[in-house]
Design a protein around this ligand. Structure first.
Ligand SMILES: Nc1ncnc2c1ncn2[C@@H]1O[C@H](COP(=O)(O)OP(=O)(O)OP(=O)(O)O)[C@@H](O)[C@H]1O
Ligand SMILES: [Mg+2]
Length: 233
């Protein structure tokens, strides 16, 4: 029997993404391996979403390379929750069933229950609140049984209770062996979830460190300033 194909590690080598004259991500060297959650941290416009899109294989670098488990193409077990998820014009349950690619009512119910949305299963997904749509997007991503789950600020529009619910789900998913790579600019959330931190500013990797080190003794002035609430320009 062959070993199952793994997409880990996701390795960036001198990966850059340019759009016209703009360097969106520059000369990124980064390896995302198995283990506790990696948090992409940094101010607005620092390149977090772009890094996730590159890691997901949704966009190719304009120079440099990205590999997944040593291969040039990603496999099937990557899932992403976007910053602004797009819902199918169907019920919440039908959105999850579509992601499952199988008619399995029990599994749909389980997934909705896992994200605390069992009570809205029959409602049109597009009529759900922003926070509910984020959680539905999480259920859809989990339906794919991912090896790596990319999350782009999944709690940005959620109230504290819903944020805690999502963080609990993320922790449980991570504990089940799924690699979490999550963008946030919420310092509290980064502290609560991070195993390690990748700090970006202006499209560059500024610092990478274990969470305990990053939050107590950041190595770069940019990270120190950002942690103090100063703008990084
Ligand atoms: N296709 C594009 N063409 C030109 N500029 C782009 C393009 N995509 C992204 N950018 C710019 O690249 C920078 C990085 O964007 P990105 O969305 O990755 O940042 P981010 O860290 O996710 O920010 P936020 O915290 O606001 O979500 C931004 O200045 C953005 O305007
Ligand atoms: Mg973003």
């Amino acid at each position: 029997m062959r070993a199952p194909i793994s997409d880990l590690p996701v390795a960036f080598e001198q990966a850059s993404l340019r759009a016209g004259a703009v360097n969106i991500v520059s000369d990124l060297d980064l390896t995302l391996g198995a283990g506790s959650p990696t948090i992409l941290f940094g101010p607005n416009g620092s390149g977090k979403t772009t890094l996730l899109r590159l890691a997901m294989g949704l966009v190719a670098p304009t120079s440099g390379r990205i590999s997944w488990g040593g291969r040039a193409e990603p496999g099937e077990r990557l899932a992403m929750v976007f910053q602004r998820p797009v819902m199918l014009r169907r019920t919440a349950a039908a959105n999850v069933a579509y992601a499952l690619r199988a008619h399995d009512d029990r599994r749909v119910a389980e997934l909705l229950d896992r994200v605390g949305l069992a009570h809205v299963a029959g409602r049109p997904a597009r009529k759900l609140s922003g926070g509910e749509q984020q959680r539905l997007a999480l259920a859809r991503a989990l339906a794919r049984d991912p090896e790596i789950l990319f999350l782009d600020e999944p709690t940005a529009s959620l109230d504290p209770a819903a944020t805690k619910a999502v963080e609990d789900i993320v922790r449980a998913v991570a504990a089940s062996g799924v690699k979490i790579v999550m963008a946030t600019h919420d310092i509290g959330q980064a502290r609560r979830l991070a195993g390690d931190v990748v700090f970006l500013a202006r499209g560059r990797l500024v610092e990478r460190a274990a969470a305990a080190t990053f939050f107590t003794a950041p190595a770069t002035p940019e990270a120190a300033a950002f942690l103090l609430g100063d703008l990084v320009i």
